[in-house]
Ligand binder design. Structure first.
Ligand SMILES: NC(=O)C1=CN([C@@H]2O[C@H](COP(=O)(O)OP(=O)(O)OC[C@H]3O[C@@H](n4cnc5c(N)ncnc54)[C@H](OP(=O)(O)O)[C@@H]3O)[C@@H](O)[C@H]2O)C=CC1
Ligand SMILES: O=C(O)[C@@H]1CCC=N1
Length: 270
């Protein structure tokens, strides 16, 4: 992997999060990473900060890459694919992280033998804690799947899923960090209301979410059982749980994932 050249088309929030995570993990050196975007000042900033190669010309980045990561918005993808199809040859692996867009869109738009892998990562790649799901396309080889798993495992946890689950993944872990940030903010707000300073409140709230997530992952226990471990009879926690249930917290979070998944399906139809 070390000597392979990874090129990003689109160096926005998710593209740059992945670049940072990949460099931090050391799976390729920064000089083997390149990126294009329409916004030149941001590219210059990335070049200075990360030491990557940059260009505003997508074709240059495609030509310089063994692995191409498409990190533009789903709405921009059609024109990007149309402009790049003559440069994408079968010796390159194309990885797309666009929400909703099915593998067949790339396979139809690009030359017949193009090797495509679809991935849904999340923004926590920035801190090497992404949750990513991967589905290989019809021309992707087992080596391509291994390469994608290596890249996305280096920036967090990566699993292979059937493509039919990709919209659910997008609603759950792709969008999910944005469902949890307001939870952290709101929990801290509660403590601020009780008189705590904002900085301490945010630190304690974020560490609480991190610790709870780690307990689910590391103990293998059911979240309900873990909740019961915290909830003393007639104690403090059950009062808080009651308040959350009164507000319909479970339906609210289920609906958030379902709505985001539905939007992913819609984006794929365009
Ligand atoms: N943000 C997230 O947490 C996640 C995002 N994704 C997916 O990642 C992709 C990128 O999302 P995100 O990073 O949030 O979006 P951003 O808008 O932050 O990044 C996309 C970048 O691509 C640039 N761009 C637009 N047109 C072109 C073009 N023709 N050629 C090259 N670059 C271009 C944009 O510039 P400009 O802004 O000037 O248009 C922007 O800088 C999306 O498909 C999204 O579904 C997947 C998982 C998580
Ligand atoms: O909001 C979005 O559409 C993208 C995809 C998953 C996270 N962000």
């Amino acid at each position: 992997m070390e000597n392979r050249k990874i090129g990003f088309i689109g160096a926005g929030k998710m593209g740059s999060a992945l670049m940072q995570g990949i460099i931090k993990a050391g799976i390729v050196n920064s000089e083997n990473i390149s990126a294009s975007d329409v916004y030149e000042p941001f590219l210059k900033e990335l070049k200075t900060k990360l030491g990557i190669q940059v260009s505003t010309d997508n074709a240059i980045i495609v030509q310089a890459s063994d692995i191409l990561i498409l990190a533009v918005k789903p709405q921009t993808l059609g024109s990007v694919l149309a402009n790049l199809k003559t440069y994408i040859t079968s010796d390159k692996l194309v990885i797309s992280i666009a929400a909703g867009v099915p593998l067949s869109t790339y396979e139809d738009a690009l030359p017949e033998s193009t090797r495509v892998v679809r991935v849904m990562p999340n923004i926590a790649a920035t801190v090497s804690e992404a949750a990513s799901a991967i589905s290989p396309g019809k021309n992707a080889t087992s080596e391509d799947l291994r390469a994608a798993l290596a890249i996305f495992s280096a920036v967090g946890t990566a699993v292979q899923v059937p493509e039919s689950l990709m919209d659910a993944v997008t609603g759950l872990s792709g969008s999910g960090p944005a469902f949890i940030f307001p939870v952290i903010e709101a929990m801290a707000d509660g403590a601020v209301l009780e008189g705590m300073d904002r900085k301490s409140a945010l630190t304690l709230a974020a560490q609480t979410v991190l610790g709870a997530a780690k307990m689910v992952l590391e103990t293998g226990m059911h979240p309900g059982e873990l909740k019961d471990m915290v909830t003393s009879p007639a104690g403090t926690t059950i009062q808080g749980i009651h308040a959350l249930e009164e507000a319909g917290i479970r339906a609210a979070f289920m609906n958030a994932v379902i709505r985001a998944s539905e939007r992913s399906k819609e984006l794929g139809k365009k």
